[in-house]
Design a protein around this ligand. Sequence first.
Ligand code: CP3
Length: 333
Amino acid sequence: MTPIKECLINRNTKINPIWLMRQAGRYLPEFRDIRKENPDFIKLCLNPDLSEEITLQPIKRFDFDAAIIFSDILMVPYGMGQTVEFKKNLGPNLGSLEITELQKITENSFKKNLAPIYKLLSNLKDSKDLKDKDIIGFVGAPWTLLVYMLNKVSPKKGLPSDLLKDKIFIDELLNLLDKFIKIHIENQINAGATIIQIFDSWAGLIKKDFDRFLYNPTLSLVNHVKKLGVPVICFPRDISDYVQFSKIVKPSMVNIDYNIDAKSLVETLDIPIQGGLDPKFLLTEKETLKKETLKYLEIFKDHPYVFNLGHGILPETKVEMVYELIQIVRGYK
Ligand code: CP3
């Protein structure tokens, strides 16, 4: 059994497997080298040879316990026919959205648009670098994808108040997202993904209608993954009530963000937990990193716990600090 499944399924509290969100990314010089030669991010995600190389970069360097495929949550809107571009220093930029156009997308054309991702997974399945490691496939949650598809850019500065006003349109979009995200999950599992993580990066922006935007859509995906026999990790970033979320949605494991009081959570939440450490601590000194990392390891010492961060690793992180973090986690007894 892989270390993460040992923790997730057997609830072994003696090991703390480790991987990091965004472990395949810009803090790695070897990623930046490839990126320099490949200015079109979407094309890079659809190049199975290069995306395999990028997926394996952090594994070769750090021997993490899981690989997460090099891809993006916005590949689902792309597969549904919305244009997606990444502009330097601006983040994602999505094109216009016509519901009548989206309704014409068939399962076959969606699958064809994303076929290189499934090719990447089947290549990884045979990789000798991933023996005894999980291969994490992932999707964005319907809410977070809805936000990007409607807002077209990152909602860092908040959402326009009229974004959700067309109820019929929003519900139709949520329906389509449920359908295509499930197809994407199923194809990833059939191609070799051994765990699925659901990223709801903007869940913290939901202020009302939690059933409609958070609980129902996520539960629908979680049940779908479970039916396919694979564990599912949820990351509803910045929500206020992880206990309520876990009770309703029942993921195999929940990834917490860094605003959560881990100590009080561990007393009330029975399911395996992942993550928590603020990625900014990787930008400080080794002493601070050690102190903050040990806090999480101590809090979760009798709880099934997979070490990870409370959000993605920052591009300005020094590789040396990642080695340090791994040493602290693996050296903890
Ligand atoms: O974790 C990994 O290493 C696997 C790959 C991965 C990427 N994006 C590659 C990527 C994963 C799991 C994602 C998820 C993702 N993408 C999320 C959810 C997690 C989170 O961070 O909240 C979101 C919201 C996105 C959308 C997205 N993609 C944004 C907002 C951006 C631009 C901002 C940024 O962080 O760069 C991206 C681009 C992106 N996705 C990059 C990478 C490596 C950087 C691309 C570059 O080189 O410019």
